[in-house]
Unconditional design. Structure first.
Length: 257
């Protein structure tokens, strides 16, 4: 997709920001603004909006990953470190964990929470962009991204970057909202998304717009089959997915061989 420049400087790629079409270069800043705004209430809102079901989905991610003690792991778009903490708990803290996110406010909240919980394991908190990861080729044994790739301006580029930093034999798992196939459930989910989530965003976070962005970004994200295809294009092998809660979310797994 492209958009002509009114100043005659050629055309710029466009992308989606919720229901809006915006210049590609604008998206990272807009997304960062959303997460800077919600950082302090992010974890609470996840619990409220999903009735704590996101915890089960995240546990399903850790189950499927089956993290290895002593491995070097990248949790990308790791935000407040929720996934990283779950993985560390599973391996008794014996892992070289790197949390990378491009919103400083989310990382700060993560550091604060880890300190409050007395987390002893060494965690590296890195401010960096999924589309240009600040890590060497083949430097991680495993990688995860949860509810992050949907927010990245060019998800395909992020998949290529994740593949690049994984070692041969490395495993990647993505947790993301996906597509509900059952028409009755899909209709109920639409009502919840259009009417309940923005209202909760208003009441709990006093920020309905950010939560409207959330709903639109979920709708625009590729379905299970399309995302599998994107993973294969990035180079992943043995690509597979598992639906969670009838497809409200899905886990996608791939290996680098
Ligand atoms: C919905 S939160 C998910 C946080 C965490 N993974 C979780 O599941 O609780 C999405 C995160 O993606 C991050 N993000 C979005 N685009 C990014 C990008 N291009 N590079 C790095 N992080 C990004 C945001 O800053 C935000 O913290």
């Amino acid at each position: 997709m492209s958009m002509s420049d009114p100043n005659g400087h050629g055309s710029e790629k466009t992308t989606h920001f919720g229901a809006e079409t915006i210049a590609f270069s604008e998206k990272p800043g807009r997304v960062r603004d959303v997460f800077e705004k919600v950082a302090a209430r992010y974890d609470l809102m996840n619990d409220v909006m999903s009735a704590r079901v996101h915890r089960l989905w995240k546990d399903a991610l850790v189950d499927w990953l089956a993290p290895r003690r002593g491995a070097r792991h990248l949790d990308l778009a790791g935000g407040t470190g929720d996934i990283a903490m779950r993985i560390l708990r599973r391996v008794g803290g014996d892992m070289n964990m790197v949390v990378c996110d491009f919103t400083e406010g989310m990382l700060r909240e993560g550091v604060r929470r880890a300190e409050k919980r007395g987390v002893q394991a060494p965690v590296q908190w890195v401010c960096g962009d999924a589309m240009a990861l600040p890590f060497a080729d083949q430097s991680f044994d495993s990688a995860t991204i949860a509810f992050g790739i949907r927010n990245v301006a060019d998800p395909q580029k992020a998949l290529h970057e994740i593949f690049r930093v994984l070692k041969t034999g490395g495993r990647f798992i993505c947790l993301e909202f996906s597509r509900v196939r059952n028409p009755l459930l899909a209709a109920a989910y639409d009502v919840y998304s259009d009417h309940v989530i923005p209202r909760m965003g208003q009441v709990v976070a006093n920020d309905p717009d950010s939560y409207r962005y959330l709903v639109e970004s979920i709708r625009r994200f590729p379905d299970q089959e399309k995302f599998e295809q994107m993973m294969r294009i990035a180079g992943f092998n043995r690509v597979a997915h598992r639906n969670l809660s009838a497809g409200v979310a899905a886990l996608h797994s791939g290996w680098r061989f």
